[in-house]
Design a binder for this molecule. Structure first.
Ligand code: ATP
Ligand code: MG
Ligand code: FE
Length: 343
């Protein structure tokens, strides 16, 4: 069976095609992504109207390129992100998915974006055992419990303020490193001392929620540090600030993820989302998983950021699990709950 997936929840227009084999494994046939990230750079964050317009321009060419790359004329099923995400951006992918599904007369599956970030790992690392998933991107920071990809996901915790990637972007902006700032901040941190500045570890007190995150206090601490340096007229130690900030984010994320695996008796941790490209988040997850006897699964960076393949792969798992197709009248759901896997 061949499944085509469409993703348009944020600033990437993704069209992916996978083939599901009889043994349940999936094979990647096409992975086309057009990003509008450059158009948002001067605003320092994703501008919803710009993202929607870029999706409109990119979706049909991306569909054509993906079909040509896979050598497929008509897939057997179509999967699309129905939420969570930006309303106008989602609308473009969902409208396109409905039109293609109707024209090809194939079933449509309207799916949860977050499930896709977990499902995509099966392409590289095989069937997914029950796991804890840590999703960190510009729009999301979630700690999830996944028992079966075809079943609803349980949310253990999430950020109460900024997403982790958003915190990277805001701090990078404070340091004059451009947008998106995650990669630049990561590079600057490579030359810094992670112990140079004792930035706070948000929400790690004994009375704080076990699995939720907060990064706004950390961001404020960095802003205060930068202000104080400006008043004193001292030169900003940018590598040390970057390394110390990054250490705090990686510390809290991996500590709570490992805590969840221990609490739940689960031996697999999956990472997903664009911010898992971060060098320190990856290395600390590796160190702590090894120490705790937890198996760590991380998709390659290209599959960690938003793409259509992850939705196609989730679609293949959901179909294999016996799900019914969604109605062609299905509506986008910008605030879709993690626990709702399909609409
Ligand atoms: P969504 O939240 O809907 O998944 P998004 O577009 O906000 O989508 P992604 O495209 O998955 O998120 O990831 C982009 C985010 O990842 C940005 O915030 C970026 O700064 C961050 N990021 C990318 N590389 C790194 C890195 N090496 N270190 C830290 N953050 C990074
Ligand atoms: Mg993005
Ligand atoms: Fe995403």
């Amino acid at each position: 069976m061949i499944v085509l997936g469409i993703e348009s929840s944020c600033d990437e227009t993704g069209v992916g095609i996978v083939r599901r084999h009889a043994d349940g494994t999936c094979e990647l046939l096409a992975d086309e992504v057009a990003s509008s990230v450059d158009q948002h750079a001067r605003f320092g964050g994703v501008v919803p109207e710009i993202a929607s317009r870029a999706h409109l321009e990119a979706i049909v060419p991306a569909m054509r390129r993906a079909l040509a790359a896979a050598g497929v004329e008509r897939p057997d099923a179509l999967a699309v992100t129905i939420g969570p995400g930006l309303a106008g951006a989602l609308l473009v992918g969902v409208a396109a998915a409905k039109a293609y599904a109707a024209a090809w007369d194939i079933p449509l599956y309207a799916l949860n974006h977050l499930g896709g970030h977990v499902a995509v790992d099966t392409l590289e690392h095989g069937p997914m055992p029950p796991c804890v998933a840590l999703l960190v991107s510009g729009g999301h920071t979630h700690l999830l419990q996944v028992t079966d990809l075809a079943e609803p996901i349980v949310e253990l915790g999430s950020t109460v303020d900024d997403a982790a990637g958003e915190a990277f972007d805001k701090v990078a902006r404070l340091l004059g490193l451009g947008y998106p700032g995650g990669p630049a901040l990561d590079a600057a941190a490579a030359h810094g001392d992670p112990r140079a500045i004792a930035f706070p570890r948000g929400m790690t007190g004994p009375r704080d929620p076990r699995y939720d995150f907060s990064f706004s206090g950390l961001k404020t601490a960095v802003a205060r540090y930068v202000e104080a340096a400006g008043r004193d007229g001292t030169e900003l130690p940018i590598p040390d600030i970057a390394a110390s900030f990054q250490e705090s984010v990686a510390d809290v994320l991996t500590m709570k993820a490992i805590r969840a695996t221990a609490d739940l008796g689960i031996d697999t941790l999956v990472l997903g989302g664009g911010a898992t490209a971060n060098t320190r988040i990856r290395s600390m997850a590796e160190e702590r998983c090894a120490a705790a006897g937890v198996r760590l699964r991380v998709p390659k960076p290209r599959l960690c950021t938003d793409n259509g393949v992850m939705i196609a792969t989730l679609g293949a798992h959901v179909i294999a699990g016996g799900a019914k197709p969604s109605a062609l009248t299905v509506a986008t759901e910008p605030g879709l709950a993690v626990s709702t896997s399909q609409r």
